[in-house]
Design a protein around this ligand. Structure first.
Ligand code: AMP
Length: 516
């Protein structure tokens, strides 16, 4: 690979908090972050992280412990995340969009020793959710509100060395084919190396990145926060996804790096504020997680910024393929770009052997940034890797002659709705818990806005409205099926499993009918 902009500038360090120390020694007065009108320099952020690490240590948090944090994108989250990195503990992000059931599952599964949480967001009061987590998850010793002013007064003693960088830095929950979300454990070293690799590619002096993705997912913790930190740039938090406010923030904070999932761009482009804003500060516009529609791409091109897409998955941590600024519209809309030559990627057939050129194969990747495994699930972890240590992505792709990869399907049943992964089994389990449901099968159909949406087929006596309300109570809204169809029985395959191909066809046929 030819030289990248950040080669020789972005160092290789063992953990993400080391980047804060590295840059605060070199540029103490540079802007580190801006959150809700408050600006911090690198020097101030280093002091805040020191205090927070010391308070965590005083509260008995030691290396290897997990700490759960329910937060929107904001400075308090980042201070905690970096302080945990500094003491060698692991961060577990709880998504404010999740229902109490989902939060309880993640907290019980990851076993955090402390819990931090925002009191309110978008009109939802989290006080009783946080109390329920504290009460029902035995590992949680203490629960603290965010901002954690009182907790920080406990800071005092020196923090011991963080220990082995192969220990967990964060656990990110991603839905599983077998039902409930699984915790993807990523080590300090893997995470820091992933940030270095991406920062070297995207480096530009004086970068200012908009950070408005959920801080419970890799995109929100890594791509728009930790990667900018690794390049010594500034982070501009936005606590909520407010499409109409984004153009003004880009203009006011002179954002240079704007990364979203494609659907978010679509929403922003539709606002009148977008047409009026001065977006000339933008140098890079990036996206990942879902395909980019052509019209959205054309509108983004008009900004004059470099357009790049990344392909990766929670389990890979790092982006393993990308379209760079030289990619044309065809490549940007129909491929996920070429493999990063610093990392190993192969397309493998069912026998695990690399497929001949032009033939579909599963994308398999091997590098130093991959997940350590699924928390507490040795069998599923083993199944995720090949014998020679490649991660099975479950994505089927064909390589074009120029090496760019076109995604053509998935081995896993997962589908993508608005950039989020949705696993039908998780929704089926929720539907089957309803007392008047005897069977449920969920399939996905293409959708112009969300890429894909779920359609549920249910056998039972409940009405579609009751089932919709039941789903809304137990599932984050992006997982709630767009349509719920009641059937006297599910079509079955000879082995007795629901015939999902037949159901998908039925779902496609009825998708013209009015929504439930
Ligand atoms: P997640 O674990 O949420 O990051 O989702 C990973 C999945 O998103 C991958 O396995 C792909 O199926 C899909 N994906 C990731 N990047 C892209 C992209 N640039 N274009 C289309 N689909 C993508």
């Amino acid at each position: 690979m030819s030289e990248l902009p950040g080669d020789g500038i972005v160092p290789r360090l063992e953990r993400i908090a080391d980047y804060l120390t590295y840059w605060s020694e070199r540029q103490p007065d540079a802007l580190f972050d801006e959150s809700e009108g408050r600006l911090r320099t690198y020097r101030q952020a280093e002091a805040d992280v020191d205090t927070c690490a010391s308070a965590l240590h005083a509260a008995g948090v030691t290396r290897g412990d997990k700490v759960a944090v329910l937060s929107t994108p904001r400075a308090e989250f980042l201070t905690l995340f970096l302080a945990l990195s500094r003491i060698g503990a692991a961060y577990v992000g709880l998504n404010p969009a999740h229902t109490r059931d989902e939060l309880l599952h993640i907290a019980s599964d990851s076993g955090p020793v402390l819990l931090f949480g925002q009191k309110e967001h978008r009109g939802r009061d989290y006080t009783s959710d946080l109390a329920a987590l504290h009460r029902e998850v035995p590992s949680i010793r203490e629960s603290h509100p965010l901002p954690a002013g009182d907790f920080l007064t406990g800071a005092g003693g020196t923090v011991p060395s963080p220990g082995d960088p192969r220990e967990d830095a964060l656990v990110v929950y991603t839905s599983g084919t077998t039902g409930r979300p699984k915790g993807v454990a990523i080590s300090h070293r893997a995470f820091a190396e992933g940030c270095r690799l991406q920062a070297a590619r995207l480096y530009h002096p004086g970068s200012v990145t908009l950070a408005n993705l959920p801080v419970s997912h890799v995109g929100g913790v890594m791509d728009v926060v930790s990667v900018p930190l690794a390049m010594g740039g500034a982070i501009r938090f936005m606590d909520d996804f407010d499409p109409a406010a984004i153009p003004g923030v880009i203009e006011e904070s002179k954002i240079t790096l704007w990364g979203q999932i494609p659907l978010m761009f679509q929403y922003v482009l539709m606002t009148p504020q977008y047409a009026d804003a001065d977006l000339s500060s933008l140098k890079h516009i990036g996206w990942g997680g879902a395909p980019m529609p052509r019209e959205t791409l054309s509108a983004l091109r008009a900004t004059g910024a470099r357009l790049t897409s990344v392909y990766g998955l929670t389990e890979s941590c790092v982006a393993v393929a990308y379209n760079d600024e030289t990619a044309d519209d065809e490549s940007l809309t129909t491929t996920v770009g070429r493999p990063d030559t610093r990392l190993e990627l192969r397309l493998a057939g069912e026998d695990g052997e690399p497929v001949p050129p032009g033939t579909p194969g599963e994308i398999q990747v091997r590098n130093a940034c991959l997940m350590t495994g699924y928390l507490g699930l040795p069998e599923e972890t083993a199944a995720a890797f090949t014998e020679d240590g490649f991660l099975r992505t479950g994505d089927l792709a064909v390589a074009r002659p120029d090496g760019a990869l076109t995604l053509i399907g998935r081995l896993k049943e997962m589908y993508k709705s608005g950039g989020y992964n949705v696993y039908p089994r998780e929704i089926e389990l929720v539907l089957e818990r309803h007392p008047s449901v005897s069977a449920a099968a969920v399939v996905s159909v293409p959708d112009e806005v969300y890429t894909e949406v779920g359609v549920a087929f249910v056998v039972g006596t409940a009405t579609a409205e009751e089932l919709d309300a039941h789903c809304r109570e137990h599932l984050a809204s992006y997982k709630v099926p767009k349509r719920i169809e009641l059937l006297p029985g599910l079509p079955l395959l000879p082995a007795g499993k629901a015939d999902k191909a037949a159901l998908r066809e039925a779902a496609l046929k009825c998708s013209a009918a009015p929504s439930t």
